[in-house]
Design a protein around this ligand. Sequence first.
Ligand code: DO4
Ligand code: MG
Length: 293
Amino acid sequence: MRIIRYVKESGKQLAAVTEENKVIDLPYKDFMTLVAEARRNNRTTFEMVKQLIGNGEELALEDIDLTTPIDAPEVWAAGVTYKKSKEARNYEATQGKLDAETFYDKVYDAIRPEIFFKSTAARTVGPNEPVYLRSDSNWQIPEPELGLVIDKEGTILGYTAGNDMSCRDIEGENPLYLPQAKVWKNSCSIGPSILLKEAVSDPYELQIICRIYRDEKLVFEGDAQVNQLKRKLEELVHYLTLDNTIFDGTVLLTGTCIVPPNDFTLNEKDRIEIEIPGIGVLKNPVLQSKKIA
Ligand code: DO4
Ligand code: MG
């Protein structure tokens, strides 16, 4: 069972999507209100939704205008959680002339993971909205990642797909530039749905697939499985929430294991698709960010 939001004349509508891709409106204003109502009734969100969809009127998923499934107040991200990411970061920092252990090697093996601030609701886009290219970077890629939707206590409520757009040249120049390599307007997308935690028997079995199209031709395709993650999902949540103020509906991206070839950079008008079967396909066109005068 997954939860989406879509645009109606009256505003954003929360809805459940069944296994058969039927859309049924839910009588709550947003995902966290649904979670709170389930808790008030001593039910899991999954049980609550199952009961509610009995009464609903069904629509087809293709006929609606999807938006972010949640206005995540903050999006955080974990880094260098897959071997592939460690290798890519080492390449950026050394152009392949790697002769010593780097801090990326160290963080991959360290007890403490890399966790960084990625986005706010105002910078985060949903399905079909454009992600932007930064105007001062010549080497940019999408980072397709599993996102955890958590509450303020750090309880995992569900899973979504996320794109941690990244500038490899800016990060490679100096790791202290990480916030600039990661955070700008429309540099993060999430969606298309939240797959409820109770609907997933083993999140490590989730697959992540990324496709990039240029002039309608597939120019990159890669895939990974969450079981390649070096760490446990709860371990990442633990370090994010430790002595921190975290808000209901925060999204934690768990790192990338899909990296396009080193000579690849995104172009304006490319189309990115990030698919996690069970969650859906997060589609975003790419636009050049306009210089702010
Ligand atoms: O070290 C920088 C960030 C790496 C990252 O975003 C990732 O591994 O997904
Ligand atoms: Mg990332």
